[in-house]
Design a protein around this ligand. Structure first.
Ligand SMILES: CSC[C@H]1O[C@H](OP(=O)(O)O)[C@H](O)[C@@H]1O
Length: 362
């Protein structure tokens, strides 16, 4: 897709070379650098090191990573090893595990010789579904924004947290898809971009929005409450890494605090996510694994010369001195609505099953 003529697709497949190109997001916003992924090890590294990040993009990359792995070794042990290696990269985003389970269900019954073509085709299907679903999320979210903007009668001030833009998906984004749809429709929107520590995905959102000329303001995540209490925020919209069957939402750490502040200021709190983020087998937020990442993500300030890092700082920040949970859980009661490709629903089991009746276990 192009927004304002700027390519916004984050993953390019090269079936003839059995490889994919991805944007190395650890180099953004300073440099837009594409990396070719040719092996299972490179695909696993890209996810683990967050060269690719964002729940839907992680899922699509894992699907292609499995297709690349099958080109290396299509045997049953090879398939099992590749699924295990990719599945161990990051625990919270269910999209990764959903994509691997879908690929495994397709490939396991096939003879090894049939697996490569089928794997590549299914990975492409997963990627294209993500594009279409995120575009639909944009339209459903746009309808909500139009209603809010009519009520305000001025520029709509929307806050987001972390990056749930096109960089976090194969295309369009989830939380930012309604923002792009509004921008393209001429609906006046301004975005408060809440920064996230330690990986600074807020800068990715600011970079994206700047590419498209969408008015935005980057803020420290802790400034959100001040803006909400002073009437400068009309809605908050975020992505998700896993939505449990009861509507509890796992997302970048700091999301829960936004939802609490929204409740205290009567501001709607929306979560935008495609089907691959919904986990109907996960009963509630307590069952969602929260990724704990390496403390060096806090200790080392990227962009500076690591070697200049004073030894004393590293000594002070000993192993046990740093906790680095990458996500938190927002209870369904603090979520105003979930925006999916099938429409908008309450954050509840009933609400989700009304949109996805095929998932009912009754
Ligand atoms: C479109 S969902 C994006 C979701 O993923 C981000 O996490 P990470 O950057 O660690 O992969 C964050 O939670 C976003 O909301």
């Amino acid at each position: 897709m192009n927004i304002d003529g700027i390519p916004t697709r984050t993953l390019r497949a090269h079936p003839e070379q059995r490889a994919i190109d991805i944007i190395d997001q650890t180099r953004l916003p300073h440099a837009l650098h594409w990396v070719r992924v040719r092996t299972l090890a490179e695909a696993a590294h890209a996810i683990r090191a967050m060269q690719v990040r964002g729940a839907p993009l992680i899922g699509a990359t894992a699907a292609y990573g499995l297709a690349i792995a099958v080109a290396e070794d299509a045997s049953d042990p090879g398939l099992a090893q590749a699924i295990a290696e990719l599945g161990a990269t990051r625990p919270t985003a269910v999209n990764l595990h959903w994509a691997l389970a879908r690929m495994q269900a397709l490939l396991q019954p096939l003879a090894p010789a049939q697996r490569l073509a089928a794997a590549w085709q299914e990975a492409e299907a997963i990627a294209e579904e993500d594009v279409a679903q995120n575009a639909a999320i944009g339209q459903h979210g746009l309808a909500l924004f139009r209603q809010l903007q009519r009520e305000q009668g001025r520029v709509l001030n929307v806050m987001t947290h972390c990056n749930a833009g096109w960089l976090a998906t194969v295309d369009w984004g989830t939380a930012l898809s309604p923002v792009y749809a509004a921008h393209d429709a001429g609906l006046p929107v301004h975005v408060w971009v809440s920064e996230t520590r330690p990986r600074n995905q807020g800068l990715l959102t600011a970079w994206e929005l700047a590419q498209h000329g969408v008015p935005h303001t980057l803020i420290a995540d802790n400034a959100a409450g001040l803006l909400m209490r002073s009437g400068q925020v009309d809605a908050v919209i975020v992505g998700a890494d896993r939505i449990a069957a009861n509507g509890d939402v796992a997302n970048k750490v700091g999301t829960y605090l936004k939802a609490l502040a929204c409740a205290d200021n009567a501001i709607p709190f929306y979560v935008a996510a495609p089907r691959s983020t919904l986990d109907f087998a996960c009963p509630d937020g307590n069952a969602i694994p929260i990724e704990e990442r390496d403390g060096d993500e806090f200790r080392l300030v990227h962009g500076l010369d690591h070697h200049a890092q004073p030894a004393a700082v590293r000594q002070l920040a000993a192993e046990e001195a740093v906790a680095n949970p990458a996500f938190d859980v927002t209870p369904a009661a603090r979520v105003s609505a979930i925006i999916t490709e099938r429409g908008v629903c309450p954050a509840s089991r009933e609400g989700l099953l009304a949109l996805y009746p095929e998932e009912s276990r009754d």
